[in-house]
Design a protein around this ligand. Sequence first.
Ligand code: ADP
Ligand code: ADP
Length: 234
Amino acid sequence: MIELDDFSYAYPTGSRPALRSLRLAVPAGQLCGVVGPSGAGKSTFAHALAGFIPHALGGETAGRVVVGGRTVADTPLPDLVRDVGLVLQNPFNQISGVKFTVREELAFGLENLGVPQEEMVRRVDAVLAELRIEGLADRSPYQLSGGQQQLVALGSVLVMRPSVLVLDEPTSQLDPVGSGQVFDAVRALHRAGVTIVLVEHKLERLAEIADRVLVLRHGEVALDGPPATVLADP
Ligand code: ADP
Ligand code: ADP
């Protein structure tokens, strides 16, 4: 589902590459966790999968990232948004803020794509049910807890029905209750067969839900294996 073919990347202002010759494949349905120290390239990796690199951020790439059969660098960002959904640390980087209710917020991206009203309602209802936030549908995103807000941000990505879901430290700004809500949702999506890349600061947390863990260090894959193997590594 995801393939990195000797992929390297340097930011326009970066003195050294943020990602170096990454070669890896994530099969459909896998939940692949990504850990590593600060500055290791985790966030850059997430943005490369979602096409923000190179499309929005520029810089120098070498090699290829292929998602769902499409080469990211050759696919316009608006098309990629349907293939790859990216959830960020702060839900408010994702929530438009101009909408009054959660339901309207979830419909926003579909409206922009010109999805017919009937289908839009169907998709929004499906995602509300899937994330178990039907009860929040008519509330303002501003009146919700951090965890609930992150679920709304996740929902705004899921309405696009991406084949791959990338989450960049989605719980780093949440309390334990909020983190639990988001992790439960990720677990459910994994059970439903969605391919997931989850960047997370804490390996122990990741080990509870991931099929596989990539450890990045200095933009390279330092370790790659099942959580138990990675946990056992000194
Ligand atoms: P992590 O998410 O693991 O903390 P990042 O992907 O954010 O790591 O950063 C990887 C490297 O790229 C770091 O050296 C960081 O300083 C650099 N970097 C991150 N974002 C930018 C940027 N917008 N411009 C230049 N360098 C960046
Ligand atoms: P369709 O009827 O549109 O073919 P699919 O069931 O094949 O729907 O799924 C299409 C996409 O919808 C999947 O690639 C996935 O990203 C998303 N999807 C499927 N099941 C779920 C789910 N349980 N939660 C979130 N998204 C899902």
